[in-house]
Design a binder for this molecule. Structure first.
Ligand SMILES: Nc1ncnc2c1ncn2[C@@H]1O[C@H](COP(=O)(O)OP(=O)(O)OP(=O)(O)O)[C@@H](O)[C@H]1O
Length: 242
């Protein structure tokens, strides 16, 4: 489970510095896929990185499986698998060397053959990461997050760079992990939310603008569907400002 309470984040320590995310609260349950939906720059990655203890809240609290991310960052990093939007993968390693290294860091002896198969990585294992295409790198990025079977999965725009066949594979992999994981994904793609998410949080200009199932949000904003509600929310800034 992931719990954010009144989470705010500024990227500078200056007094009165602008907040990238302000007073954002959210709960992601185990056994559900939760989506964060927002325009470019809305604050999605800022929230995801705080959940994975890649950076810390300026104020408010982030709990992952009950562990405070600011107080126990190492423990939180072991509990979370993070598929970053722009991963910094080591180009000089082969895929196999890199995945073995990540597995070892987390105390796992061998690569998981099922995972290698699900991500179509067999043919890539002996290639250097720097020689891979963007979509191939994205699959390695997925594998490094899943290889130590973390309880919580945080996916930043997981479909970006994947071809349609790989998107379907990624979706079925994510769905297969749902029952015993807490999964949070960020996206600006409505199809991604419809295909995968049980619950959605819409963030606009750093603030929570709506949450619920797609149907609940559509009804709340008197719209036909989530897409219409999303456009209504993101084109009317006063909805989220007090
Ligand atoms: N390292 C940083 N230093 C300063 N400001 C940052 C930094 N990272 C993000 N920001 C700012 O924080 C705000 C939220 O950015 P964030 O990356 O969280 O948005 P996002 O919703 O993930 O966007 P996108 O969909 O484009 O990836 C933006 O105004 C951005 O400019």
């Amino acid at each position: 489970m992931i719990q954010l309470t009144a989470f705010s984040k500024s990227y500078t320590s200056r007094k009165n510095a602008p907040l990238a995310v302000r007073d954002f609260s959210m709960t992601c349950q185990t056994g559900e896929i939760t989506g964060i939906l927002g325009l470019n720059g809305a604050g999605k990655t800022t929230i995801l990185k705080a959940i994975c203890a890649r950076h810390f809240a300026t104020s408010g609290e982030v709990l992952v499986e009950g562990v405070n991310a600011s107080e126990n960052p190492e423990q939180v990093r072991n509990l979370t698998g993070f598929v970053a939007e722009e991963p910094n993968l080591p180009g000089e390693y082969t895929v196999e060397e890199y995945l073995n290294m990540v597995a070892e860091l987390h105390g796992i002896k061998e690569n998981n053959p099922l995972l290698i198969d699900q991500l179509s990585l067999e043919e890539l294992l002996h290639k250097k990461i720097r020689t891979l295409s963007k979509g191939q790198r994205e699959r390695v990025n997925f594998a490094q997050a899943l290889i130590y079977n973390p309880k919580v999965l945080v996916l930043d725009e997981p479909a970006s760079g994947l071809d349609p066949a790989q998107i379907l594979k990624m979706r079925s992999l994510v769905k297969s992990l749902k029952a015993d994981h807490t999964i949070l994904l960020s996206t600006h793609l409505m199809q991604e939310v419809e295909a995968l998410c049980d619950r959605v949080y819409i963030i606009h200009e750093g603030r929570l603008a709506a949450s619920g199932t797609a149907e609940e949000i559509a009804a709340q904003f008197e719209c036909k569907n989530l897409e219409e509600a999303f456009f209504k929310i993101t084109s009317a800034s006063d909805i989220v400002r007090e």
